[in-house]
Write a protein that binds this ligand. Sequence first.
Ligand code: NAD
Ligand code: WQD
Length: 333
Amino acid sequence: MNRKNILVTGGAGYIGSHTLVELYNSGYKPIVVDNLSNSSLNNITGAEQIIKSKIDFYKVDCTDFEQMNKVFKEKKNIDAVIHFAAFKSVEESVRHPDKYFSNNIRSLETLIDLMNSHNVNNIIFSSSCTVYGTPEFLPVNELAPFGKAESPYGETKQLCEKLIEKSTINSISLRYFNPVGSHPTSLIGDCSADKPNNLVPIICEVASGKRESMQIFGNDYNTIDGTCVRDYIHVVDLAKAHVMAVNHILNNTKIKTAYNLGVGKGVSVQEVIDSFQKVNNLKISYELGPRRSGDVEKIYSDNTKINDELGWFPVMSFESGLESAWNWEKLKN
Ligand code: NAD
Ligand code: WQD
């Protein structure tokens, strides 16, 4: 089979590794660049086990122009790039904003320079619903303006989208809502180096005994049960959307667009905890705590644009996301 080459930066990470599998299964050849700053080679070997094939892997930092240039030279015909590589902790970005601006912006700038000089014209960028800040209308659609960034991390996503917009490269920015779950094989998953800050990984740590208990950050919001509402999307559905975005960008000569990537349904923090307990048949120790600063009360997506233009629809259930998240946590320990 003559497979098209897709350069996947950050491909050893949580979402990247799931995307490698879907790319390969759809007839593409993923080539990974990752410095393993927040992941593990196990995600590459895990993906290789799932697809039963080797994956080209370069341990390279995306901000290193010379090393990246070598990859572009060696691989010659790269058809498209999926750019996952970035730091992603909202909380750390508040403590070390420079680290976030430097890594997230410089890696994209380097990539755009190299794409221009090597004539690679298609990029899929990992953006986030955080670009909307607190949206005025729900469900939020892509016409909503960028809101006030809730964190330096959020600001880097806004700046990156603008950088891509200004470039001459064809681009699709995918604005992820809240990814959850793992591949059903449990061979790949989130290997983040830091303590998790996201809800489902924290619930998993409580379930495994790594944490004694957790807090629900605020129950006095104007929502169904007073707790914050988010749009949780299974990581396998998220990965499949990248393949559809690659298909789309390779079949169209001029594209500059952004899509929401969420299920389109709001779920409260309390509902997540209740469902996790039910699906996995265990008890989570939690208490009600104060609001977390910077939290948006509720946000969920209008996903009509990606439904209509890419034919993407979520198929994995929320429950299977919670089940696979727990399975991954058990194997990690
Ligand atoms: P992740 O940390 O698991 O994956 C990111 C990968 O990029 C890691 O493997 C890391 O080692 C690598 N990396 C970071 N900086 C690099 C650099 N300079 N050079 C080479 N490799 C580098 O994170 P993820 O959850 O898979 O997120 C992937 C992308 O999606 C990120 O851009 C993130 O901001 C974005 N995103 C994530 C979420 C989420 O909740 N997970 C939500 C919205 C957007
Ligand atoms: C979800 C809900 C918390 C932990 C962040 C980024 C966003 C995107 C996804 C990358 C919130 C509540 C959490 C806890 C809790 N990432 N919570 N107790 O804040 O929606 O989004 O990750 O782009 O940009 O901002 O995700 O998982 O941190 O929180 O009550 O111990 O769970 O308050 O309402 P969030 P999250």
